[in-house]
Design a protein around this ligand. Sequence first.
Ligand code: ZN
Ligand code: ZN
Length: 256
Amino acid sequence: MLIDSHAHIQGKEYAGEAEAVIARARDAGVETIIVVGGAGDMSSNSEAVALAAKFENVYATVGMHPHDAKDVDADELKTLRELASHPKVVAVGETGLDYYYNHSPQDTQQRVFAQFIHMARDTELPIVVHERDAAQEAEDLLRREGAGKLRGVIHCFTGNYEAACGYLDLGFYLSFTGIITFKNAEPLREVVRKVPLEKIFVETDSPYLTPVPHRGKRNEPAYVRFVAETIANVKGVTLDEVARVTTTNVRALFGI
Ligand SMILES: [Zn+2]
Ligand SMILES: [Zn+2]
């Protein structure tokens, strides 16, 4: 059985369909789904928690994407801290730094990321980090603001092996998406080959990043299997082994 460790199935892309999406995932051997808040607006957080409250094998995280860091104020942080106390909220995030798009100013992204790191420390929850083109800055902030007490995962990891080693040194897990199934992703598959399976999560980041052979269509948690199959091929192990170990990893970090 697999876990989709990062999906946004609370979004409008799945309006009225969440139950069917969760059922299809279960039929495909995906036992558990982590619904990640913070992509879009605050409603993505309350809707993630609502889905987790409704479905047994669904859990939620609450945070705000670095794209929208410019909109995070004290009131939002207070609301998120309250939501984080819900028994089915298993992490703070997604949060982080995205210097590829820079939808929010970089200094704002850094400030808000630090605030979420503090929230994770205070609540003793792990953190779900989004990082693009900012590996050194993200690692430095996690190290400094986390003060050695932080546990977490770098979701949709697309960096090089050096960046991977920095995060592994912090004790973080690395989560891979359908990007590793893309034809031009050989350098990233090389990173997958070198990172120990004991530090790897699989995710879809639904509705984005749909793996081959469904690339171009809407993604959904059932397709996390194609990510796991690619990891099995790259590492020369069975799909069962990838499922067993990645599921153990996700359960260990999120305490589920
Ligand atoms: Zn992300
Ligand atoms: Zn995401």
